[in-house]
Design a protein around this ligand. Structure first.
Ligand SMILES: C[S@@+](CC[C@H](N)C(=O)[O-])C[C@H]1O[C@@H](n2cnc3c(N)ncnc32)[C@H](O)[C@@H]1O
Length: 317
C-alpha cells in the first residue's frame, strides 16, 4: 500500500514516490545480489566503512539501510509506506494459514509433542490470531485444561477472538502484557522475536517465574552484532532486528537455560543490503530448557545436555 498522499496515480507526488520505491527496491536487490558473491561482499564492506560512500549508499537505500532504534526505522519507513503489522494483508495471511504446518514447525513439534498432553500454560509471543495453536492442535493432542495465551498487537486481538468464537475454542486467551508469561510451562516466540527491540533474555528476566521450555522459531539472527532495519513486505513495512545469535545463547544460559536444539529455517531469509556479512541467509529455530526441568528432561531423553542440530552441518558453540 502506498501512503495516503500518494494514492492517486495521476498525482505527480504519487508518481515520484512510486519511482523512488522502485529505485530503492531495485538498488537493494542489486546490493543483495552483489553481497552473495565474495568480491561483492568485500566491496560493500569497504564502501560502507568510508563516510562519503556510506552516505550515498544509505541515501539510495532509504528505509532498507540500518538504524539505531525501532523509532528511527519506523519513521523512515513511514515516509514511503505507512502500513505496518496491522495491514489487512498480514491479518488475512495468518488467518489463512491457521490450518497449515510449515516445514519449520516440524522441529518444534518434535520437541513439543512429547510434553503437549501435560501442558497447562503456553504463552505465544507474537501469536497473531492463534494460528500456531490451531495448526498444532491438528497434529498433537493438547489437554482440554490447557490455557494458550497470545500476546500480540491490539489489532490482532479482534481477529483472534473472532477465530476462537467461530471454532468454539475456549482455551485461547489474550494477554495485555508480556509479564503474563510468568511461570508458563512453555513460551513460544515464532516468527516474532525480530519484531521486538529487547533481547529475549531481558524480557524473560522481568518475569516473576521463568517458563520451563522456550521455543524461538522462524527468526533471522546476526552472526555478529545486532542490526535494526526495515523488512519490506511490499504492501507494508515493519522495523525489525536481527538479534545476535551468540547473545541469545549466552543470555539464555545466564538465566539457567540450556540449548536443546537448533535448526535452520530455509523457507525464510533476511538480507540487509549494506551488511551481507551479518545477513540471515536462512532463519533459525531454537529450543531452550530450564536446567531444573528434570522430569521433562527425562521424558525427552536429553539428560546428556548434548545439543541437537537439525538439518545443519554447523556446529554449535
Ligand atoms: C510473522 S507474525 C508470526 C505469527 C505466528 N507466531 C507464526 O509463527 O506464524 C509476527 C507477529 O508478531 C506481532 N508483533 C510484532 N510486533 C509486536 C509487538 N511489539 N508486540 C506484540 N506483537 C508484535 C505481529 O503483530 C505479528 O502477529
Amino acid at each position: 500500500m502506498i501512503p495516503e498522499h500518494a494514492e492517486h496515480p495521476g498525482d505527480s507526488r504519487s508518481l515520484l514516490l512510486r519511482w523512488r520505491l522502485f529505485q530503492i527496491r531495485a538498488f537493494a536487490a542489486f546490493l543483495v545480489w552483489m553481497g552473495n558473491r565474495a568480491i561483492g561482499r568485500d566491496l560493500i564492506v569497504r564502501l560502507r566503512s568510508r563516510r562519503w560512500s556510506r552516505s550515498l549508499l544509505e541515501f539510495a537505500l532509504a528505509y532498507r539501510r540500518t538504524f539505531t532504534s525501532f523509532t528511527e526505522a519506523q519513521a523512515s519507513a513511514a515516509n514511503y509506506i505507512a502500513a505496518g503489522h496491522e495491514h489487512p494483508d498480514d491479518i488475512r495471511y495468518h488467518i489463512s494459514i491457521s490450518e497449515t504446518i510449515r516445514e519449520s514447525d516440524y522441529p518444534l513439534l518434535l520437541y513439543l509433542a512429547p510434553i503437549a498432553g501435560r501442558l497447562r500454560r503456553v504463552f505465544d509471543l507474537g501469536g497473531h490470531a492463534g494460528n500456531l495453536f490451531y495448526a498444532y492442535s491438528n497434529r498433537i493432542c493438547f489437554s482440554p485444561d490447557l490455557i494458550w495465551t497470545i500476546y500480540d498487537l491490539p489489532a490482532k486481538k479482534a481477529a483472534g477472538k473472532d477465530l476462537a468464537a467461530q471454532r468454539a475454542e475456549n482455551r485461547i486467551r489474550f494477554a495485555s502484557s508480556i509479564l503474563e508469561a510468568s511461570a508458563s510451562d512453555v513460551l513460544i516466540a515464532s516468527g516474532s522475536i525480530h519484531y521486538f527491540d529487547q533481547p529475549l533474555d531481558e524480557m524473560l528476566a522481568s518475569l516473576d517465574g521463568l517458563p520451563a521450555h522456550v521455543f524461538v522459531n522462524r527468526s533471522p539472527w546476526s552472526p555478529g552484532n545486532p542490526l535494526i532495519t526495515v523488512q519490506d513486505n511490499r504492501s507494508y513495512l515493519v522495523p525489525c532486528k536481527l538479534h545476535s545469535r551468540a547473545q541469545l545463547i549466552a543470555g539464555m544460559a545466564r538465566l539457567g537455560y540450556f540449548l536443546v536444539a537448533e535448526w535452520p529455517v530455509h523457507e525464510l531469509k533476511l538480507c540487509v543490503p549494506l551488511y551481507p556479512d551479518l545477513s540471515a541467509r536462512t532463519y533459525s529455530g531454537f529450543y531452550f530448557k530450564q536446567k531444573m526441568a528434570g522430569a521433562d528432561r527425562r521424558t525427552l531423553g536429553q539428560d546428556s545436555g548434548t545439543v541437537a542440530t537439525i538439518g545443519s552441518e554447523n556446529s554449535l558453540s
